[in-house]
Design a binder for this molecule. Structure first.
Ligand code: GDP
Ligand code: MG
Length: 163
């Protein structure tokens, strides 16, 4: 029960870094090693006096490009079913990839709230580059650094406003 937020996105954008940071205060984090073999991790986060469930997706290790894309799309669809809202993570170091485009297509049609989190915006230069992500056409766009925590307060404020 309760409000559930799923974090989706292609590998290496920083989903687990963000997830771990979110759960740090609660120490609800499960060990990293087991996360590799399962395709999702569950935790409880607290922000602005509200608590909510968080799902970190994408522990799956792809065998081939095809399986890879199919599996990632499956994760998005499951997340949309299970969650009340979705954080779609990308990263500005890599920029927009075909997989980002494919996922954005699925998520733009979602009846549930979607928050685009452009990660690895560690400095001002990265912030300027990151504006290309407005091109994905998602309404709620946030620029964050999961590593330093910058920008994530605004994102979490927006998420917790739904609860
Ligand atoms: P996931 O595959 O989406 O779960 O991504 P991870 O959380 O495992 O992170 C992938 C890599 O990106 C790791 O080397 C992280 O240290 C790095 N990373 C995560 N967040 C940031 C960030 O805000 N800035 C930078 N520069 N690197 C980051
Ligand atoms: Mg991960």
């Amino acid at each position: 029960a309760g409000f559930t937020v799923a974090i989706v996105g292609r590998p290496n954008v920083g989903k687990s870094t963000f997830f771990n940071r979110l759960l740090e205060q609660r120490k609800a984090i499960v060990d990293d090693v087991s996360g590799v073999t399962r395709d999702r991790q569950y935790g409880v986060a607290e922000w602005a006096g509200k608590s909510f469930n968080v799902i970190d997706t994408g522990g799956f290790v792809p065998q081939s490009e095809d399986v890879f894309e199919r599996e990632i799309k499956k994760q998005v669809l499951i997340a949309l079913e299970e969650a009340n809202a979705v954080i779609f993570m990308t990263d500005t170091v890599t920029g927009i990839t075909d997989l980002d485009d494919a996922m954005a297509d699925l998520l733009r049609r979602s009846p549930k709230p979607v928050f685009l989190a452009v990660n690895k915006v560690d400095n001002h230069e990265r912030y300027l580059e990151a504006s290309e992500f407005y091109g994905l056409g998602l309404e709620n766009t946030f620029f964050i650094s999961a590593m330093s925590g910058s920008g994530s307060g605004e994102l979490l404020d927006a998420v917790s406003a739904l609860i």
